[in-house]
Design a binder for this molecule. Structure first.
Ligand SMILES: O=C(O)CCC(=O)C(=O)O
Ligand SMILES: [Fe+2]
Length: 344
């Protein structure tokens, strides 16, 4: 209930007692540091060459501010690696795969969405990451259930509705490396620009070796507010905690009861590298039906298909977005407004 109150206020919470053993987090962070500090030729082997949204490794190919309708910012100073459990469609790739690979999980008896304990990481995961990543994702299952209970108890959502649109293990894994130790940000550059996340709840483990950088807007002005009215506060570092952020689609589906958390990562505070481990809870099923929102909360809203909604929002991370969509200055202004209204 306390969790729900935080989500109603700002869409943001810091939680302990989440069930992910600290040693799983530590092992994964240490492996991830090994990966990101390996030579660029090595990392490039995991770059699929298509930019953000296709999994694998990306180097400064993200622009978080676009997720809040601001197309004027430099690319973020972040390197990222996406990976998922083998044969489970999760995270950003799920959106790309929604059309083709839906039955792969069923074909693989040891791995299914309701019990991930037998799942291994997909083959394309860097060797050094594979084992600790699988252990981390297995233990994150508990948190996914807790988040589901919080939604049910606080908002009266029924089992059937939750099962219809929410994927119990759809979060996938994203590792975000901020090379603040080796590089100065350029003018106006962020580690991750001010944004809201897109889907259900994003779960972030902050780096004990560089605890600063993540800030959340507590002004309460929401996604339609102006930058100068935001009130940014540093997210406190609590040992062994996880940071939770409600995303755009879940906020819509609760009729705005749970706010989408507006947050950013500022660059260059401490001149030390920083590494976040990110997964999800209450992720929308990308093959779910078009859905207005939970009964009694969002009856007045238009139904949205998660595949379409998240598909567009995955593309919004791409610095190439406006160009790829062929948007003129004028249509970009309209697009910004629709983004701020959570219509995209
Ligand atoms: O690195 C962090 O602390 C947060 C990153 C973030 O907001 C995101 O990846 O959506
Ligand atoms: Fe985020």
């Amino acid at each position: 209930m306390e969790l729900s109150r935080s989500f109603e206020r700002s869409g943001f919470a810091v939680v302990t007692g989440h069930g992910i053993p600290p040693q799983h987090v530590e092992s994964l962070r240490s492996a991830a540091y090994d990966f990101f500090r390996s030579p660029m030729e090595e990392k490039k082997k995991y770059d699929k060459g298509k930019g953000y949204g296709f999994g694998g490794y990306n180097n400064r190919r993200e622009n978080g501010a676009q997720l809040l309708g601001d197309f004027s910012r430099p690319n973020d100073l972040v390197e990222s690696l996406h990976a998922g459990l083998a044969n489970l469609r999760s995270g950003v790739e799920a959106v790309q795969l929604a059309k083709g690979a839906a039955d792969a999980a069923d074909a693989h008896g040891r791995c299914n969405a309701k019990d991930v304990s037998g799942c291994e990481m997909e083959e394309s995961t860097p060797e050094v990451i594979s084992r600790p990543a699988a252990a981390f994702l297995h233990s994150a299952e508990h948190l996914a259930h807790l988040a589901g209970r919080a939604l049910q108890l606080s908002q009266g959502v029924q089992d059937e509705e939750l099962d219809l649109v929410i994927d119990p293990m759809g979060g996938g894994l994203r590792l975000a490396f901020y090379p603040f130790g080796g590089e100065e940000p350029s003018e106006g550059q962020m580690g991750y620009g001010a944004h809201i996340d897109s889907g259900g709840i994003t779960v972030v483990s902050l780096d004990p070796s560089n605890t600063g950088g993540l800030q959340v807007d507590i002004s309460g002005i929401g996604t339609t507010g102006e930058e100068e009215d935001r009130h940014w506060v540093d997210v406190p570092f609590v040992r062994d905690s996880l940071v939770l952020n409600v995303g755009a689609l879940l906020s819509r589906w609760t009729g705005g009861k749970w706010k989408a958390s507006v947050h950013r990562v500022v660059a260059g505070q401490a001149k030390k590298d920083r590494l976040s481990i990110i997964t999800g809870a209450l992720s929308p099923k990308v093959d779910g039906p078009a859905f207005r929102g939970f009964t009694g909360l969002a009856d007045h809203l238009a139904p949205v298909s998660a595949a379409e909604y998240l598909g567009t929002r995955v593309e919004l991370h791409r610095p190439e977005y406006a160009e790829e969509k062929g948007l003129s200055m004028e249509s970009l202004t309209q697009e910004s407004e629709r983004i701020r209204q959570l219509q995209i």
